[in-house]
Every structure is written in C-alpha cells, then in structure tokens.
Ligand binder design. Structure first.
Ligand code: GLN
Length: 491
C-alpha cells in the first residue's frame, strides 16, 4: 500500500492504464494514509465514501478504455472551493455548516477528467493568512520538522492543508488558491511544487471570493510534471466567469523536459532584501547557475516599484475582501446570531462568525474605500498597482522570457512565531509573491534545496501572461538539478 502513495501522479496514471493496480486500490492507500495523518490537521473533511464511489466508476471507465487524463487520481481540494453536496466552509465559523448545491468550475473540470476527491483541506479563514493559523479548525502542522527537533512548524498559508497533504503523500495532488502567494509560499515551505496561473487562466466560479481581482486557483504537486498535468485539467474558458480567459489550454506536460537553451532569465535586483538570510541568496544564485548550465542566459533586471507592492496589496486586497464579505449577513446563508433588530442581528452574526484577521481586513477595507479616504488610499494603491504591472511589462518587452526570484524570505517558521500582535510580521512573508498577483502574471514555486536545519526552500519563476508552459520547462530544469525533498514520517 505504501508504495502506491509514493508514486508521482504521472506514474500512478500510467500504472492505472497498464492495470498494475486499480483506482480502488490507489484510493484505498491514500485514504489510509489520510486517516493515519490526522495529527497534521491537514483535512477539515474526509470524504472516504465519495472517494470509493468515484474510484469504482474510474475502474469501470478504465476497463472500458475510456480513461480521462486524471482517471483514478486521488486529489485533495482546498476548502475555498465549493463542492456540491459536500460541506465547504472557507475555514470560517460563518460558513461552518454550509453545503453548496453547486460545484466550482475548477473542481468540476477535475472530476470530468476522472480525478477522485479524498477530502477538503484546511486553510486560513477565507484564505487570509500565510501560516494556516487563522482557520476556525485550528492550525495545520507541517509534516516537516527541523533536524533533531520536534518544534511544530507552519506549512505556510493560506493553502497549508493542501501543501501538507501533498508533501506527506496523503494525495497525489491538490488544489489551492493564490491571492497574494497562498499557493507558492506553502509550496516553498513544504518542498512541493505550486503554480499560480495567469489571472483568468482558471475560472473563479464557485470559489469563495476573497479579493476578486487577485484570486486565482492552481495546483500543488510533488513534481513539475504533475503540476503541469493538473493545471491542464483545471484551466480553461468558462462562460460563468467573465474574467476567465477564452483561450485554449495547451498540453503543459509537453513543456516539461523542453530545452531552455537561449531563454533569457531576468534577475530583479530589487528582490535582494536587507537582512535576507544568506541561505536564500545562495539558493537564488544556485538556481541561476542551474538555468545557465542548461543554456539559459541570466540578465539583471529592475522592477523599481517592488518596494511599494506589499503596502499597495494590503490596501487593494482588504478593500475587495470587505466588499466580497458583505454578503455574509446572516440572512441568506451561513451562521445567524439573533439580535433585537436587523442591525443587531448583522452585528452579532458577523462578530461571532468572523475571526480576528478577517475582521481586521473588513475594517481596513471599509476604511480605505470610505468617502474622504478613497483617493488617499484605494485610488493611490490602484495607481501603484499599474506601475508594478508596467515594471514587468517593460522587462518582458526587453526580450526577457521569465524572471527568477526566491519564493519566500525564509524557510518555515514555528507555529505562533509570527501570529502575535503585529500583523506586519506575517505580511512580510508575502514580499516576493504579491507583486505577481498585482500584475496578474503566472508564478511557479519549485523546491530548490534545504536550509541548515534541513527545511525546504523554494525558488519562484515568474512568466509572461499565459506562458505557464515556459515556467514548467524552467521549473523542470531546477527540479532535475535540485532533486526531490520529502519529510521524514513522524505522524
Ligand atoms: N498572505 C496573503 C494574505 O493574507 C495572501 C493570501 C492568499 O494568497 N490567499 O492576504
């Protein structure tokens, strides 16, 4: 059984087609692994019955030779995605008992292609966070531990459950959402591969809205090839989301292994931060070397507005969140706490239903959008956003094919270490990832090494709009050179 959970998604797919094992066996192995890993708190809902049912249907299709691209592949889904008939909470008390009647487009695409749902994964409440500590179901504990210590670490956030589940081999892949780094940062902290596609590559329909102009769904996997396979199924046009691009989806797997000779890789000087650990700097240079050895050319580039990205993000993002979260009013769905009149009911419901970080964002967002402050904060942040986007456009116009940066400013930190009274401590984690959401570009996090304590570190590749394929080619080169990293099992 153990062997089945060690397969890559691509190998599992091939093994199923060659009838070396059945979808039922593959699913059973992962269900057992999930049950044995409850100490990680990666799942907020296990769906074993649904999984077995789906796997049986997969075996029937495999027997008939009608296998879809993901036939029989056990996956986990972040609890931000609505799944029909299956509780979907965004890890918030306000949606704690919410069972949608409809399916998100991304997950529907996965089931269409034959994937099997094993459960819904834990995340920060409404995906607001970088450590998975704001979930109403409690924190996820990373499967990684510092060498020789048992300090509980964060798997990163907000998609911490998906990252932990993939790293701990509880599933062959998982979905995440990334508004400011929530796929790439947890991927980097858990030694997994995470892709945030171009804004509009995947439909947002049926995903709980956080900051609509920044939100994008994407995959977690243990290899670049597996992430490429997953994205192909997840992506595609959708008439139900007006911001979803009406563009065909390439076969991303073909890009894996493609030569990167002659590609020009930008290295932005503004991403060299004061106080950044030397290990991160070394890793970044190493990544550049690997790409150069594969025939790519490294070019120093400048993205001058980088330093304004975090403050601008933390205005635009709460502004959109405060507007999106206005719908949780205790009237239509979700939690209701009775009050004397309707205003008292709204207040009581929202006070009881939202956690601290969510309330903070709603208040900041409401403030920056209010008459009198709109121009000073929101409008100015939008202007900065345009400048950030232009920085990237100018670099790409110079013939740069992709940009290489660290994925995070440090390896995983301890639970509780950055969740104290100063929220900025946590926000600083997003320094390398938010720019990519502000500009709507694709970003790939690839594991690239371990730090002195034996914890994973990742690199980020940023691409031109809708050029995820080049990122998969480059990511594969880094993966080939760096190798794979798996946590030692303690759970
Ligand atoms: N950490 C960022 C935030 O809290 C990003 C979250 C995300 O990408 N969902 O806003």
């Amino acid at each position: 059984m153990n062997e089945l959970t060690s397969l890559t998604l691509a190998d599992a797919r091939d093994g199923l087609r060659q009838k070396r094992f059945s979808a039922d066996e593959l699913t059973a192995a992962h269900l057992a692994a999930m049950e044995q890993a409850r100490a990680l708190n990666a799942f907020v809902l296990e769906t074993p019955e649904r999984a077995r049912e789906m796997a049986k249907a997969c075996d029937a299709r495999l027997a008939r030779g009608e296998a879809g691209p993901l036939e029989g592949i056990p996956l986990a889904v972040k609890d931000m995605f609505c799944t029909a008939g299956i509780r979907s909470t965004a890890c918030s008390r306000i949606l704690r008992d919410f069972v949608p009647t409809y399916e998100s487009t991304v997950t529907a695409n996965l089931w269409r292609d034959g994937a099997v749902l094993i459960g819904k994964t834990n995340c920060d409440e409404f995906a607001m966070g970088s450590s998975n500590e704001t979930s109403c179901f409690g924190s996820v504990i990373s499967p990684w531990r510092p060498r020789g210590a048992n300090t509980p670490l964060t798997p990163g956030g907000s998609s911490g459950g998906s990252a932990a589940a993939v790293a701990a081999r509880l599933c062959l892949g998982a979905t995440g959402t990334d508004t400011g780094g929530s796929i790439r940062q947890p991927a980097a902290l858990t030694g997994t591969v995470g892709m945030k596609p171009t804004y509009g590559r995947c439909s947002r329909w049926g995903i709980v809205a956080f900051a609509s102009s920044l939100d994008q769904a994407g995959p977690f996997a243990r290899t670049v090839r597996d992430a490429a396979i997953l994205l192909r199924s997840m992506a595609g046009p959708d008439p139900k989301d007006a911001t979803c691009a009406d563009l065909p989806v390439p076969d991303y797997e073909q890009a894996v292994g493609r030569s990167v000779k002659g590609l020009r890789i930008g290295v932005p000087k503004e991403y060299r931060l004061d106080g950044m650990p030397a290990e991160i700097e070394t890793l970044w240079q190493q990544g550049g070397e690997w790409l150069r050895n594969a025939g790519a050319e490294l070019v120093e580039v400048s993205l001058p507005h980088t330093r304004y990205a975090l403050p601008a993000y933390y205005i635009v993002c709460p502004a959109e969140a405060s507007s999106n979260l206005a719908r949780y009013d205790g009237v239509r769905y979700g939690l209701r706490v009775e009050g004397g009149d309707i205003n008292a009911m709204y207040e009581a419901t929202r006070a009881a239903g939202f956690g601290r970080e969510v309330r903070r964002r709603v208040m900041i967002g409401t403030y920056v959008l209010s008459a009198g402050y709109y121009d000073a904060y929101y409008l100015r942040a939008q202007k900065v956003r345009t400048l950030i986007k232009q920085d990237f456009e100018q670099v790409f116009a110079r013939g740069i094919d992709a940009i290489l940066t660290p994925a995070t400013p440090s390896a995983a930190f301890a639970l509780g270490e950055k969740s104290g009274s100063d929220p900025i401590e946590m926000y600083l984690n997003d320094v390398f990832t938010v720019t990519v959401n502000m500009a709507g570009l694709p970003g790939l996090a690839v594991p690239a090494g371990l730090d002195a304590r034996g914890l994973p570190l990742g690199l980020q590749l940023i691409g031109r709009p809708f050029d995820e394929a080049t990122l998969f080619s480059l990511g594969h080169v880094i993966e080939q050179a760096a190798g794979h990293f798996a946590p030692e099992r303690w759970w």
